[in-house]
Write a protein that binds this ligand. Structure first.
Ligand SMILES: NC(=O)c1ccc[n+]([C@@H]2O[C@H](COP(=O)([O-])OP(=O)(O)OC[C@H]3O[C@@H](n4cnc5c(N)ncnc54)[C@H](O)[C@@H]3O)[C@@H](O)[C@H]2O)c1
Length: 453
């Protein structure tokens, strides 16, 4: 990459974290320095806990003191992996409170990946015990829970990173700081469109021999094994798709636009997953569509943001966040193969940006259509790529690793967090508001609206 883009990126990347909250727990004095071994614990080793463990095992200088999961097979799994790959013998716990009682004094950090309703009590207890916390999103299934986490972070002076991992991803930081801001590649961003399209999936099952006894399930807040495995669809445990998937992307809109939304309207539908089809009724909507209005973006403009999350079809095209301006569109995704840039025909020439290495070259669509189109509409679009050498980006690295590195860097006092709880709360407040907008409901149509007397 040529000089001006790379230099600009490195200069801005250091201040890329954060949205609007001005003061937060940035670089508190930490006792550990670069190269020191950090004592860590992992709580919740399900699907995401395993993804995090895959990255944690590759990070240098971590000493796994303990692992905790109420499901014996999962804590045993983590123990085995840690022993096999690092020859470390982590203590195993069912109850995180016991883990705190035995190890809080020696722990530098804990990584929490339990179901959402456990995040607030666990995070608050670890922070109060003096342990830095990396906790998965959503911060909590309730707004009060999320607030309690922010308060505990402030009071304890410890670090609380929330798992919105895009905020540490060099591709996202590059998109925000170099493409949208420095080079204004899309011009004035007036609209955004985010989507997460997931295929139908049946409720998660389990092997009979791995069932957790009913009294243990009850002790930890689950009615039965189905609820334990499918917690994200149940009120009181998780928040459904709009919080589970939407939180990631709604967070990115505020971060990219450098603003908080002013209004939201939303609609949800719950009609697909039915008991008679073998899925116990879900408490949360299958599909949600919403519009956020931003009154003043970083460009001093209004912007409308449409967001949809679907769990009944994936063929709409995976997951992405598009930023649409008068000069072009950036279609951004955690998946590099979905990420693309499109130039408006009346936009300034992008050749200088290609020559400078700010963007990659364009590729024309495979076949040109012979159909006659309205001349005011865009013809087949050339898709431009990201440059192949974004500083800090390594396509072999798992996407969560950057965020964990950022967290442990902060624990060692080397950098600030890229998504501390104050900033995460801003994004999650927007999710909670969208959910209440669904409940308040849209305007009803009357039969008479369509009839001329
Ligand atoms: N950042 C991301 O991209 C991402 C992706 C997926 C999930 N997540 C988040 O990670 C968290 C976990 O999601 P998941 O998909 O792994 O769920 P999961 O059901 O697969 O795993 C949850 C694990 O927590 C354990 N657990 C439940 N209650 C516990 C308790 N009280 N104490 C200790 N262990 C307990 C379960 O036994 C299970 O092993 C959720 O908050 C989810 O939103 C984040």
């Amino acid at each position: 990459m040529k000089e001006y883009s790379r230099r600009d990126f490195i200069k801005t990347a250091g201040i890329a974290a954060g949205g609007l909250v001005m003061a937060s727990n940035i670089l508190p004095a930490q006792s550990k320095k670069a190269g020191d071994k950090l004592n860590v614990a992992l709580v919740g080793i399900g699907a995401e806990g395993e993804v995090l463990l895959n990255s944690l095992l590759k990070l240098p200088n971590l000493n796994f003191v303990a692992v905790c999961d109420i499901w014996p097979i999962r804590r045993a799994y983590a123990f085995r992996r840690i022993f096999k790959e690092l020859k470390q013998k982590a203590q195993q716990y069912e109850d995180y409170k016991e883990l705190i009682a035995k190890h809080a004094k020696e722990l530098d950090a804990v990584v929490i990946a339990t179901p959402d309703f456990w995040h607030a009590p666990m995070t608050v207890d670890f922070l109060n015990a003096g342990v830095n916390v990396y906790c998965e999103k959503m911060m909590s299934d309730t707004i009060e829970g999320a607030k309690s986490m922010v308060r505990a972070m402030r009071k304890s002076g410890k670090l609380l990173q929330i798992g919105h991992q895009r905020k540490s991803n060099p591709r996202y930081i590059y998109a925000r700081d170099v493409l949208l801001r420095k080079n204004k590649i899309c011009g004035d961003i007036m609209a955004c469109n985010g989507q997460w399209n997931r295929a139908v999936s049946k409720d998660i099952t389990w092997a009979k021999k791995q069932e957790i006894p009913a009294d243990t399930l009850k002790k930890y807040g689950y009615n039965d094994m189905n609820q334990f495995r499918n917690w994200r669809w149940h009120k009181g445990l998780g928040g459904g798709a709009i919080s589970d998937l939407g939180a990631h992307q709604i967070d990115i809109f505020g971060w990219m636009l450098g603003a908080r939304p002013s209004r939201v309207m939303a609609s949800g539908s719950r009609d697909y997953y039915r008991k008679e089809d073998g899925s116990p009724a879900h408490d949360w909507d299958d599909n949600v569509m919403c519009i956020f209005e931003f009154d003043k973006t970083f460009q001093g403009r209004k912007a409308q943001v449409f967001y949809q999350v679907l769990t009944t079809t994936s063929s709409g095209g995976g997951y992405f966040e598009s930023f649409m301006g008068d000069n072009g569109t950036l279609k951004m995704s955690e998946n590099p193969s979905i990420t693309q840039l499109f130039r408006e025909t009346n936009a300034p020439d992008w050749e200088p940006l290609i020559k400078a290495g700010v963007i990659g070259s364009g590729s024309a669509p495979a076949a040109s259509s012979t159909a006659v189109v309205d001349t005011r509409e865009t013809k087949a679009l050339v898709a431009y790529a990201f440059p192949s050498d974004i500083p800090g980006f390594d396509d072999k690295k798992p996407i969560h690793m950057y965020h964990l590195e950022n967290f442990f860097g902060a624990v060692r006092g080397e950098n600030k967090l890229s998504c501390d709880a104050e900033h995460a709360f801003e994004a999650e407040a927007a999710v909670f508001k969208a959910r209440s907008a669904i409940e308040k409901g849209p305007l009803e149509f009357e039969e008479s609206d369509f009839v001329v007397d």
